[in-house]
Design a protein around this ligand. Structure first.
Ligand code: CP
Length: 312
């Protein structure tokens, strides 16, 4: 296993997180810092994606590297029965870094263990999405001016939403006060509540997305109900429309409140929120480019701040 692999958010220490945020800020100023000349990166997406794949690929292109890979596993030999192990070992012959999304929890860990090439987990089932977490942290820091002591309200599918699992773990360094708003079927899993207990993180669970919760939040993190993770689609139909944020619900919210969402959204944020200055989800997705540039550098053992290029 390559020590620079990023499988879970726990692979990044607090100091490293802060360094990555600093580098992301540098890349926001210098997006075309061409330091990946001669490097080839694979993006292997066994599950659909818009933002994660395209922002990683844009990141590599803007850094001057090159990309190979697939966005649809049915076009790869996995559709002929090739194992994940064999696919990873083959691709490792060609590239310097593998970025992989897979529907199975633990697939990124497994991939990282069968190759010496660094692997970045771009989402494994309902488990983890660490690169999303780094762009979430960057978005929180940019909008709040700090990461510490924030009231963070997570709403929707807290059971299957891998982004809330990774974000919860990352925030252990920053003394958050979490509110978990979910229906019984989609509550935050016990292992993540245990994680909060072990790390002294305060949290309260709600089934109501009430004005009291909204008006005392610094961050509201909306999530989509993950249809693709349900074994019983009748259950999905029952819970899919439980929480929708409308603009009028923000009338008495804090000035500093920002609405985040990893996207894609379905109907959990009404379109009338989009023009509210507190809506930050499209900027959040844009921040993914800069944080992923920093994460690619981390995986390849490059300190971008120490290298001068003609583009600076
Ligand atoms: N946030 C996120 O992972 O989006 P995509 O599924 O479009 O990559």
């Amino acid at each position: 296993m390559n020590p620079n692999s990023l499988v879970t958010i726990d692979d990044i220490s607090k100091d490293e997180m802060l360094a990555i945020l600093k580098e992301a800020s540098f890349f926001e100023e210098h997006p075309n810092h061409r330091i990946l000349e001669g490097r080839v990166v694979a993006t292997l997406f066994f599950e659909p994606s818009t933002r994660t794949r395209l922002s990683f690929e844009t990141a590599v292109n803007r850094l001057g590297g090159r990309i190979i890979g697939f966005s649809d596993a049915s076009t790869s030999s996995s559709s002929k029965g090739e194992t994940l192990k064999d696919t990873i070992k083959m691709v490792s012959n060609y590239v310097d870094l593998i970025i992989m999304r897979h529907h199975l929890e633990g697939a990124a860990r497994y991939a990282s263990e069968v190759t010496d090439v660094p692997v970045i987990n771009a989402g494994d089932g309902a488990n983890q999405h660490p690169s999303q977490t780094m762009l979430d942290l960057y978005s929180i820091y940019k909008t709040q001016g700090r990461l510490e002591n924030l009231n963070i309200t997570m709403v929707g599918d807290l059971k299957y939403g891998r982004t809330v699992h990774s974000l919860l773990m990352a925030m252990r360094h920053f003394n958050p006060n979490f509110r978990f708003v979910a229906c019984e079927e989609l509550k935050m899993p016990v292992e993540y509540k245990d994680f909060c207990d072990k790390n002294g993180i305060s949290y309260t669970e709600y089934t109501d997305f009430s004005p009291e919760v909204i008006n005392t939040s610094d961050i509201i993190y909306m999530t989509r109900v993950q249809r693709e993770r349900f074994s019983d689609l009748m259950e999905y139909e029952r819970v899919k429309n439980i929480y929708t944020l409308h603009n009028a619900m923000l009338d008495n919210s804090r000035e500093n409140l920002r609405i985040l969402h990893p996207l894609p959204r379905v109907n959990e944020i009404s379109q009338d929120v989009d023009d509210n200055p507190k809506a930050y989800y499209f900027d959040q997705a844009r921040n993914g480019l800069f944080t992923r540039q920093a994460l690619i550098c981390r995986a390849l053992g490059i300190n971008p701040l120490n290298i001068k290029t003609n583009d600076d």
